[in-house]
Design a protein around this ligand. Structure first.
Ligand code: X2X
Length: 337
């Protein structure tokens, strides 16, 4: 839709005032077509709930807002999609905070190794003061980060060879990590040999043995079929990873206020539902993955944490994140550095 028409619609909608419902469209076409992209498989709860939200948004705005969901890196790699959402070619991008950290460094903070012990602490921090601090940082880059993050999950180590049991097993282990300085730093500090590879290329990187293993959350491993190549899952729980919904500020603000409220509310609600889905799957998928031949190994996390403490990992990242963000993190996790 051209800019003039869009402006006209906004003016008309604001003039109509908040108490009048959005008019249904005489020409049967959405006035606001939006693109929402992410890297997750289409059947992961994140995309299932996102697609549901899109339908509800269309219904509640009487067809005015039509959000097309593009899963599975259909619109490009992590870096491509980040450029596109900044430019407005993608309106809404759902992505890991650690990867968005290449633009907004503090968004990577939840990935500090072994910071979070459980979900109650995660949501206390991310729905609360730490999340608010990160949302304010996104806004400085003209991205509006929604209040409710999506759960990717606590991440575990996967190996195509022998299982990871101790930090020694990580020595020179070529572990695929997402393109993110924090991830590379974490695994270097643990003694591994991290290789940074976009998610869309990860499956083939394992197949061709560019990497000996990966690390990811159970639901993502399952829906991306990583178990076809990596058969050993070690419960390292080395970080909690969540996805932000970030919208191009101009795109979101070009919606009439009432439609914008519906978009934000429905996507936030969808994220909260997805959190419950993923938590349930964390339990249920163990059986399903075992049926696919996956073997699970419990590990003692203490030596891994000790190894990190002995390195300069925590002090280095405290310096990079800044005292304010770090103290907001430690207010929930307890002292890390
Ligand atoms: O591992 C990745 O690249 C990430 C963060 O996108 C996922 O968890 C799928």
């Amino acid at each position: 839709m051209n800019t003039n028409r869009r402006k006209l619609m906004i003016t008309a909608a604001s003039a109509a005032g908040a108490c009048i419902a959005l008019p249904s469209l005489a020409w049967g076409q959405a006035q606001f077509k939006m693109k929402c992209a992410n890297i997750m498989p289409a059947d992961h709860p994140l995309n299932v709930r996102l697609t549901e939200a899109s339908a509800r948004i269309k219904e509640q705005t009487n067809g005015q807002v039509d959000i097309a969901v593009f899963p599975f890196s259909q619109l490009g790699t992590d870096a491509d999609m980040l450029s596109q959402v900044r430019a407005g070619a993608i309106d809404i991008f759902v992505q890991s905070g650690l990867i968005l950290g290449s633009l907004v460094p503090v968004a990577a903070i939840n990935g500090i190794g072994f910071a979070f012990s459980d979900y109650s602490k995660v949501w206390q921090a991310m729905d609360g003061p730490l999340g608010n601090h990160i949302r304010a940082a996104f806004l400085k880059s003209n991205l509006i980060a929604f209040d409710k993050m999506w759960d990717n999950g606590f991440r575990q180590a996967l190996s195509t060879g022998k299982p990871i049991r101790t930090p020694d097993d990580l020595k020179a282990f070529k572990i695929r990590v997402p393109p993110s300085p924090l991830w590379t730093s974490l695994f270097k500090s643990l003694g591994a040999a991290p290789v940074s590879i976009p998610w869309a290329e990860t499956y083939s990187a394992l197949q061709t043995r560019m990497a000996d293993g990966i690390e990811n959350a159970l639901a993502t491993i399952y829906f991306s079929k990583m178990y076809e190549i990596s058969k050993h899952v070690s419960y390292t729980n080395h970080m909690w990873d969540g996805f932000w919904t970030v919208a191009n500020r101009k795109s979101l603000e070009s919606l009439p206020a009432s439609a914008r409220e519906i978009v934000v509310r429905e996507i936030n609600d969808a994220a909260v539902k997805e959190r419950a889905d993923v938590e349930k799957l964390n339990g249920a998928l163990v059986t399903q993955l075992a049926q696919k031949g996956v073997q699970f190994t419990q590990v003692d996390r203490a030596p891994f944490q000790e190894k990190l403490r002995q390195s300069s990992f925590y002090t280095e990242w405290k310096r990079r994140m800044g005292d304010e963000a770090w103290s907001l993190l430690e207010a929930t996790t307890g002292k890390l550095a």
